[in-house]
Design a protein around this ligand. Structure first.
Ligand code: F6R
Length: 608
């Protein structure tokens, strides 16, 4: 979603701001802007609708050597994408950028009669509010910011400068991440550490309810109640290669292709091959606590929700004495759900910042249920607020569509389920086949990607003109089908939906005609024959089916078939998901759409 950058130091701020905003492009945005201040406090404000390239066009006639500035990429919430609605917003001598949503902006606006509003945004209301307390420099900027925030309801990460003092940036957060990069003679600011990579490795993650005054050599942090906070400097682990395309045409393809390595990172040090056991340090639950678990609630949104659904099927397979409920965070947070005391909640999020998931985490904590994060972004809000956690360690996921995170989220949760099963004394004969397959999975992923890529590319071109798709699966292949359909719809805009095979006759079968194609997941196993009977029903009605199976001598009269190796049995749907990721990728390429930044979507959904 929206991105914030800031710079104060010895170099030209415009350079950092533009390169920082480009690093945040992947998060999704529809306008961008920067403001820099000269030593005399002259402001250069540049804003543009659309891509950062449009902002750069404006910059070419407005190059400044100013050493301080703030910048923003906006993902429209209040008001259309336009130059007037783009940040920074100005009120008097103040410029402000903001991520999040000010919920009571209408109410606040009514009292700000002295300000002439030029945009439809909630952010300009906040700028005007800060200005009303600033009183033309009568009070320090930080005090004005604190006063304003105390009246504000909603979420924010903000950065504010004033032309009166071209040496400091005031920042604050509540529910929207901000990280301060500490350099030599320069201090940087971003809503995502990706913008800081290559500039500094030292970072301070601001917490909710904190406000900081940043100068080139100093960072002073306090709470909104003026209590001093000692800044904890942490190391940024991301390297430059991880946020570059590395020879691939798109980040999405790079991220699909790097799954053998990213999954190996998820597994690293967590499986004892010799003993055939799983050991996770992060969750921090004792054997006694694990033994007592009877119920798992898995919370996530979108792809993370699908990962939770899929993991739930596996965990119930090998630990029949526990039940798993996988839920959509945006629904669950308002459900007032009672969670049995012997439960553990898994909070699943790639970004670790998703607003609905975070809200669920806070609600669940209030009920005293232990919370375990299945998170990728290190140091993210969810990672810091859970009681314990298992990082999936897949590295930065830049493409808006989540791919490598999904595979590792499923595996991380399966590993957590295995630790419960172990603690409960499950027979190793039950767990071993799963653990053996986990060990083999990275190599099987490599093999599947290598073997399927070219075939999928050719097949995808045939279907690229169709606008509707149905994804079908049973058991663990059903959540995989849901994930496959989500991937296709979000990047290629094909209207794709997933159904459990058994549901076909209860309605969706009516859809099958020449405008649709169907993707059928057919892993070997107990339900294979049943899935084939369902598939017959589709074929009998002229369905144009792409079958994905691990049955070597598959003989159904489908239009296209991708056969993957059968060395992996339980986790075959995870391999089939790779094929579906490639289908989504190649259909989108064939349609000529923006693969990495699909319209209307943002990478990290920090608002409700
Ligand atoms: C789909 C996708 C989204 C995210 C969802 C949750 O490809 O990326 O559905 O999975 O927005 O995001 P995180 O995992 O960051 O909480």
């Amino acid at each position: 979603m929206c991105g914030i950058v800031g710079y104060v130091g010895k170099n030209a701020a415009q350079d950092f701001l533009i390169s920082g905003l480009k690093r945040l492009e992947y998060r999704g945005y529809d306008s961008a802007g920067i403001v820099t201040l000269s030593e005399n406090g002259d402001a250069t404000l540049l804003r543009a609708k659309g891509k950062i390239a449009n902002l750069e066009d404006k910059l070419s006639n407005n190059k400044r050597n100013d050493k301080i500035g703030i910048g923003h990429t906006r993902w429209a919430t209040h008001g259309e994408p336009s130059e007037a609605n783009a940040h920074p917003h100005q009120a008097g001598k103040i410029f402000l950028v903001h991520n999040g949503i000010i919920e009571n902006y209408k109410e606040l606006k009514e009292h700000l009669t002295e300000h002439e509003f030029k945009s439809q945004t909630d952010t300009e209301v906040l700028a005007a509010l800060v200005n009303s307390f600033y009183k033309d420099g009568k009070y320090p900027l930080v005090n004005a910011v604190v006063q304003a925030l105390k009246l504000t309801k909603g979420t924010y990460g903000i950065a504010v400068v004033t032309t009166d003092n071209p040496n400091e940036i005031v920042v604050a957060r509540s529910g929207s991440p901000l990280v301060i990069g500490v350099g030599h003679g320069e201090t940087m600011l971003a809503s995502d550490a990706a913008a800081l990579v290559g500039h500094t490795k030292q970072a301070i993650y601001l917490n909710d309810g904190e406000v900081a005054v940043i100068t080139r050599d100093n960072v002073v942090i306090k709470t909104l109640n003026a209590e001093p906070v000692s800044a904890k400097v942490e190391e940024i682990e991301t390297n430059l290669a991880a946020i570059q395309k590395g020879g691939y045409e798109h980040f999405l393809l790079k991220e699909i292709m790097e799954q053998p390595e990213s999954l190996a990172e998820t597994l690293r040090g967590r499986i004892n091959e010799k003993e055939g056991t799983v050991r996770l340090g992060g969750p921090g639950l004792s054997q006694e606590q694990l033994r007592k678990v009877k119920h798992l609630v898995i919370v996530g949104c979108g792809t993370a929700y699908h990962a939770g659904l899929m993991a739930g099927y596996y965990i119930e397979q090998f630990t029949p004495e526990i039940t798993v409920e996988s839920v959509i965070a945006s629904e669950y947070r308002y459900k007032n759900a009672y969670i049995p005391k012997d439960s553990v909640a898994l909070i699943v999020s790639q970004s670790g910042e998703t607003a609905d998931t975070l809200a669920c985490l806070r609600e669940i904590k209030k009920q005293g249920i232990p919370t375990i994060g299945i998170v990728n972004a290190i140091g993210s809000t969810i990672a810091r607020e859970v009681d314990g956690g298992t990082y999936v360690h897949v590295g930065p996921e830049i493409s808006v569509a989540s791919t490598k995170a999904f595979t590792s989220q499923v595996v991380a949760m399966v590993m957590f389920g295995l630790t419960i099963a172990q603690a409960k004394g499950a027979r190793s004969g039950i767990l071993k086949p799963y653990i053996d397959e986990l060990i083999k999975l990275p190599a099987a992923i490599r093999e599947t990607l290598d073997e399927a890529s070219e075939a999928v590319r050719k097949i995808a071109q045939k279907y690229a003109s169709l606008e509707h798709a149905i994804y079908l699966g049973r058991d663990t292949a059903y959540p995989a089908a849901m994930e496959g359909a989500l991937k296709l719809k979000e990047i290629s805009y094909v209207d794709a939906n997933a159904y459990a095979f058994g549901e076909l006759k209860h309605g969706p079968l009516a859809l099958v005609d020449e405008r649709f194609f169907e993707v059928a997941l057919l892993p070997k196993g107990e339900l294979f024959d049943k899935a084939i009977s369902n598939l017959q029903e589709v074929l009998a009605r002229g369905g144009q089916v792409i079958a994905i199976t691990n049955v070597r001598d598959f003989e159904m009269p489908v239009r296209d078939v991708i056969v993957i190796k059968d060395t992996i049995k339980h986790f075959a749907p995870l391999l089939m998901n790779l094929v579906m990721q490639l289908i989504a990728y190649y259909v989108t390429v064939a349609k000529g759409y923006d693969v990495d930044q699909p319209r209307n979507l943002a990478k990290s959904v920090t608002v409700e």
